[in-house]
Ligand binder design. Structure first.
Ligand code: PNS
Length: 159
């Protein structure tokens, strides 16, 4: 079984994340989506809500396993025998930090990181921007799956 992980905060999952997960799901037998818990960051959605949204929007792929994890990504990988991390690269600005993490992760445990170029349609997209635009009533319908749009509409106060 060839396994990979797509890690992130996913607060909430966007079409950019979904594009990377969908492409990884064609390359690997099983793709683990790991919602990494960062206790110092207050999310808009609870970890359970994020997991539920990811579960709903990835259901059609058929080979996705979704879990939350508190700790190092390499420990998540080691415990599940996952040799590869798949990450999207949106722009050169992502590269510096992603390269540092990839080098740290391979040094810590031998887990490889594979970078997938983001679909240019989503090269500017992040969960933070989606939340900011949606908070002020901007249209994000083309940036997130419909289930996420509906969750954002329910969660955010009307501007
Ligand atoms: O969606 P994000 O917040 O950009 O994802 C960043 C994430 C969660 C993938 C990264 O912070 C991470 O891997 N965190 C887990 C803790 C860890 O392993 N830290 C060391 C990274 S070298």
């Amino acid at each position: 079984m060839r396994r990979a992980v797509c890690p992130g905060s996913f607060d909430p999952i966007t079409n950019g994340h979904l594009d990377i997960i969908g492409r990884a799901s064609k390359l690997y037998d099983v793709v683990h989506v790991a919602v990494m818990i960062n206790k110092s960051k207050q999310g808009l959605f609870t970890v359970e809500e994020r997991l539920d949204l990811i579960r709903e929007v990835t259901a059609e792929y058929g080979n996705i396993e979704i879990e939350a994890f508190h700790g190092l990504l390499v420990d998540f990988c080691k415990q599940r025998d996952i040799p590869a991390i798949v990450k999207g690269l949106r722009a050169v600005s992502d590269f510096d930090y992603e390269l540092q993490m990839a080098q740290m992760n391979i040094g810590l445990s031998g887990v490889e990181t594979l970078f997938v170029p983001t679909n240019p349609t989503y090269s500017f997209l992040s969960s933070s921007l989606v939340k900011e635009v949606a908070t002020w009533g901007g249209d994000v319908a083309h940036l997130v799956p419909p289930q996420v749009l509906s969750a954002l509409t329910d969660r955010l106060p009307k501007p």
